[in-house]
Design a protein around this ligand. Structure first.
Ligand SMILES: Cc1ncc(COP(=O)(O)O)c(C=O)c1O
Length: 1002
């Protein structure tokens, strides 16, 4: 037990500090956290007994040197004693000799404990390491040249201990890495030496950042392992730790290197060493621990602490040259030695290569299969063989020649092999890395340049290449490059084999047909690669949109070999930033947009969306595409009707009445009249007019925080808008009542009379209207308030409200825009749950599945009162097209059992969310019905402390994981989950998986 009083006295005597102390961790030395009464915090470093004075001197000098050159970097201040000493000898409470020094404590948590790491943080770390290396270049100290087991240039010492590792497969891994290390050692020794930190591991990096902030590096600690060696070792050591807990280690590594290079350019020689050195550092670490555990067999912590390193080493390692290529391309350097010379050669020789076909390709038109331009395939998750055979038939007549673009994102690559993860919305490879030349089967193909066959195969799998050949070529300067020819007739295998030389201009294969080319419309996939390490014969023909920095460098546009300009054959998707900046120019700044990083939506299918690069997103937010995005039946009726006629309700058409009949079939007999308009707002406006016409009064009672639309009248009854900052305020004919929120409201759900009590709150509102000489015309409410935070009113609520309103002579309007048409699973309309019958019902959004339709449904009696006034006409309401679409939506909900699906999927989601809630006090409430769900987030386990920051964080993180959800509630602390009714168990499970993962981050 430590004698803190002893150390308090030392601190008072030498530094003049009055303080509270606690022990921090430290491997060899004692570190004490000092909380001084002046509010500052320090760390008292009590060095181990045999510690050399030079060792402390080196650290202090290095820190001061760094601070003088890079004052912005977060290194700790050294606090001198009252007499001006930076460190001194002193006896501890047991009479042992110790060296003492004091540093200012830096803010933040250890990197290893910080859960919200992201790639920007790694870039910042890379840049900080670069600055640290830059400053230490001019630092010298005698101790830097001491022998140190952690100095990567000396790591050979572990070789003789590898046999201590008992597990054979582990031993083989270590030996392989050791061999690679020995191979690179001469190159490493050739790098210039300098002082480095030498131990930027995940315990020596501090990170700060609240939920709403981008995290920042707030400290680099512990200069005890400083040594003299090539600077790349410093970077490789840091890299070894940051890859450990990352799902995609190569991506994390690339960000770190990118950040470093941005600050201090790395040379290709250094970049090529990083991966082998990183792995060697982990070998040193696990061997060192193995030695320690032999000495301390009863310390389980030693083994446990090595688990992440073993896990990393045991995973399939990417090819070192491939990783080097990745890092080189991230730093804008040639992807492989000689790549720049190959590109110059191809540029110079463009126009002089032998023609691949016996005609000039510059006459062949380009056609696009891009996400933006093409409808292939209709279902972006499945390309059946009959569609594959027809791909592009809408572009140019079958068997005519046309070319498909390089760098084009496409949705035709639907097989699971193109996906990186278990979910439909997982990352997916979409971007085409070659040029396609479509034409009739059997066409002869010639080599554009002399080449040697390195691959000649028949790949018979569904939608693979069929016959495929890879040729190796050499530039006149002796640099190698490769070309791939896919979708060939495999009959070439009879006369061609690996090693054969093909002369420029000679026919060496023919175009396959769908019978032998993987099932595709006949075409040649022609691709160039500047190296094959790591891809060998399995070149990806498409790459992930987020990795194009690598693929564009490794597999550049092969147009030169076809004697075509790059600009003709390279696809450039719409540039999102330009669209965003135009939007800012041409639209008002209060036009809201979702996410810090907005999404450009190019395609949709059921409950998924795709951006311009083909990245898929699970849509758990949009309720407008009620029966799913791009439903084929809606596409069909809309296209057909647009070809015929689209008029309005001044003319007769049977679809108008058919649609009305279909809607009324969902209601009780009380309802017999429909009005068609073109938005929810317009429908609510009309509902107010109907009520006024019928009751001859104007007063409206509505819920606080409600929303009914964007028109002047609808805003007047939408507290969510009129009470917002800058809102128009409350008009005198509107009175508000409390939300029936049995979680946070006045009355709670454990009160059996809660619904009734909330319902009675309309009575004082009626009185307030009457005091103003106004009578209540109607009560209007979203049956389940949505923007107010996905509230499910308690049983009996509307019964009580409607009774009171009717007693006062008012009508009851149910805004079912959000809740109607089966979303609630158990009920087709929300008011059914409340066991009431409104007088007027408003429908919108989902009823058009994206087409603008609003509907008001009421009784003949009310409609007649309204008919006493001027004629009713809404130009677009009830157009032939709208009625057809609306009718189709209702039919699809029935035909596809979507209400039942909403019930089942809603239950699955609700059960999963409630299970997650049990483990996280930040989840105050999980509520909902069917696919209308809310997750209410709170701070400190307190209902009154709504956590908006957490809600925003989760919403944005879900987007990072490709899931779209929203946020709502008066304090914007409720996650809103409201997917199209087509969502399936896979989609639900994806939401639950990532929601739980994100909760663990916070
Ligand atoms: C409950 C409710 N009513 C009415 C509206 C207005 O509908 P629209 O935007 O189609 O005018 C909305 C829109 O969000 C709504 O949520």
């Amino acid at each position: 037990m430590m004698n803190f009083v002893f150390w308090q006295n030392i601190l008072a005597k030498y530094w003049g500090l009055n303080s509270q102390l606690s022990l921090l961790d430290g491997e060899y030395d004692l570190n004490i956290l000092v909380k001084s009464n002046d509010g500052n915090q320090y760390v008292l470093k009590i060095m181990r007994e045999d510690c050399l004075q030079e060792f402390v001197d080196m650290q202090i000098q290095a820190i001061n040197h760094l601070k003088s050159i890079e004052p912005e970097l977060p290194f700790p201040d050294i606090i001198q004693t009252i007499s001006g000493k930076k460190f001194f000898h002193c006896k501890d409470e047991f009479g042992n000799n110790r060296l003492l020094w004091l540093i200012k404590k830096l803010p933040g948590r250890k990197y290893v404990e910080y859960k919200r790491k992201n790639l920007n943080l790694l870039k910042e770390l890379g840049s900080m390491i670069a600055k640290c290396d830059g400053a230490l270049e001019s630092f010298e100290h005698d101790l830097l040249n001491r022998s140190l087991k952690w100095n990567l240039i000396e790591a050979i010492w572990v070789e003789k201990h590898i046999d201590l590792v008992e597990d054979l497969s582990r031993k083989v891994i270590l030996q392989d890495i050791m061999e690679e290390y020995k191979n690179i050692l001469p190159k490493l020794r050739d790098q210039p030496f300098q002082a480095i930190h030498g131990d930027i591991n995940d315990h020596n990096i501090l990170v700060t950042g609240e939920l709403q902030d981008q995290p920042n590096i707030s400290g680099l600690l512990d200069f005890g392992d400083m040594c003299h060696c090539p600077r790349v070792c410093n970077l490789a050591i840091a890299a070894a730790y940051i890859v450990l807990d990352h799902d995609q280690p190569e991506v994390a590594l690339t960000s770190l290197i990118y950040g470093y290079n941005d600050n201090s350019p790395l040379k290709v020689g250094e970049l090529d060493l990083i991966w082998p050195l990183l792995r060697m550092r982990l070998v040193v670490s696990v061997v060192n621990s193995t030695l320690m555990s032999k000495e301390n067999p009863n310390d389980p912590y030693i083994t446990v602490s090595q688990a992440p390193a073993w896990k990393f080493l045991e995973r399939r390692s990417e090819n070192s040259k491939f990783i080097a290529a990745r890092l080189r391309s991230a730093c804008g350097l040639p992807v492989v030695d000689g790549a720049d010379r190959v590109l110059s050669y191809l540029e110079e020789a463009r126009g002089s290569f032998a023609q691949i076909f016996n005609f000039d390709l510059s006459l062949v038109p380009m056609g696009s299969l891009s996400v933006e331009n093409s409808l292939w395939p209709q279902n972006p998750f499945s390309l059946p063989l009959d569609e594959a055979l027809e791909v592009g038939s809408d572009i140019i007549a079958k068997d005519s020649f046309w070319m498909g673009y390089y760098n084009e994102p496409r949705l035709i690559y639907t097989e699971p092999a193109f996906r990186d993860g278990p979910w439909k919305a997982s990352d997916r490879r979409t971007v085409h890395l070659g040029i396609d030349i479509f034409g009739p089967a059997d066409l002869e193909i010639r080599a554009p340049i002399n080449g040697k066959v390195v691959v000649a195969e028949n790949r018979t799998q569904h939608l693979d290449y069929g016959g495929v050949i890879i040729l190796e070529h050499e530039t006149p300067e002796g640099n190698l490059f490769y070309t791939l020819y896919g979708h060939l007739d495999p009959k070439f295998l009879k006369q061609l084999k690996v090693g054969d030389l093909i002369q420029s201009g000679t026919v060496f294969c023919t175009l396959g047909s769908n019978q032998n080319n993987g099932g595709w419309a006949p075409h040649l996939h022609f691709q160039l690669a500047l190296m094959t390490d790591g891809i060998e014969k399995d070149w990806p023909g498409v790459g992930s949109p987020d990795e194009m920095y690598l693929w564009n460098a490794l597999c550049p546009n092969p147009a030169a070999l076809l004697n075509l300009p790059d600009s003709l054959t390279r696809y450039e998707p719409v540039v999102k930033d330009e669209v965003l900046s135009d939007r800012k120019s041409f639209f008002s700044s209060n036009l809201s947009i979702s996410y810090n990083n907005p999404i450009l939506v190019s395609r949709g299918w059921k409950h998924h969306l795709f951006d311009e690069w083909g990245r898929p997103y699970l849509d758990a937010y949009n309720n407008v595409p009620h029966v799913g995005h791009s439903h084929p039946r809606i596409q069909e009726v809309a296209a057909k009707q647009m070809n015929r006629v689209n008029t309005n309700t001044r003319y007769l058409h049977p679809i108008q009445t058919a649609f009305a009949k279909k809607i009324l079939s969902k209601f009780t007999k009380k309802f017999d009249v429909c009005f068609f308009v073109n938005s929810g707002s317009e429908a609510n406006e009309l509902a107010l007019r109907l009520a006024r016409a019928h009751t001859k009064s104007k007063g409206i009672i509505t819920l606080d925080h409600g929303y009914h639309g964007n028109t002047t009248g609808a805003i007047d009854i939408s507290a969510y808008k009129f009470n917002a900052v800058g809102g128009v305020g409350q008009v005198d004919w509107v009175e508000l009542v409390d939300l029936p929120d049995d979680f946070r409201g006045k009355f709670k759900r454990n009160d059996a009379d809660c619904g009734k009590k909330f319902g009675n709150l309309v009575n004082p509102a009626i009185e307030r209207l009457e005091k103003k000489q106004k009578k209540v015309s109607a009560f209007i409410a979203e049956t389940f308030p949505s923007v107010a935070g996905q509230i499910i009113p308690p049983d009996g609520y509307l019964k009580e409200v409607y009774k009171n309103i009717r007693n006062a002579g008012g009508l009851c309007i149910a805004d079912e825009v959000q809740t109607g048409l089966g979303r609630l699973g158990e009920y087709y309309f929300g008011f059914e749950h409340q066991e009431v019958e409104p007088d007027i019902v408003v429908l919108g959004k989902p009823i058009g599945n994206g087409h603008p339709i609003g509907v008001v449904v009421t009784t003949k009696e009310i409609a007649d009162s309204f008919a006493d006034g001027p004629e009713f006409f809404s130009t677009f309401g009830g157009s032939t097209l709208s009625c057809l679409i609306g009718n189709e939506v209702l039919e699809i909900v029935d035909d596809e059992g979507l209400q039942e699906n909403a019930k089942q999927m809603g239950e699955r989601l609700l059960t999963g969310l409630r299970e997650i809630k049990n483990n996280f006090p930040q989840i105050g409430d999980v509520r909902g019905m069917g696919l209308f769900l809310g997750v209410d987030l709170v701070k400190n386990n307190t209902i009154q402390d709504e956590d908006k920051d957490l809600c925003t964080y989760i919403k944005n993180r879900m987007r990072d994981y490709r899931i779209l959800i929203g946020s709502e509630g008066p304090k914007d602390n409720v996650l809103k989950i409201r997917p199209p009714l087509t969502i399936d168990a896979e989609g639900v499970d994806m939401i639950l998986h990532y929601f739980e993962k994100i909760m663990k981050e916070v």
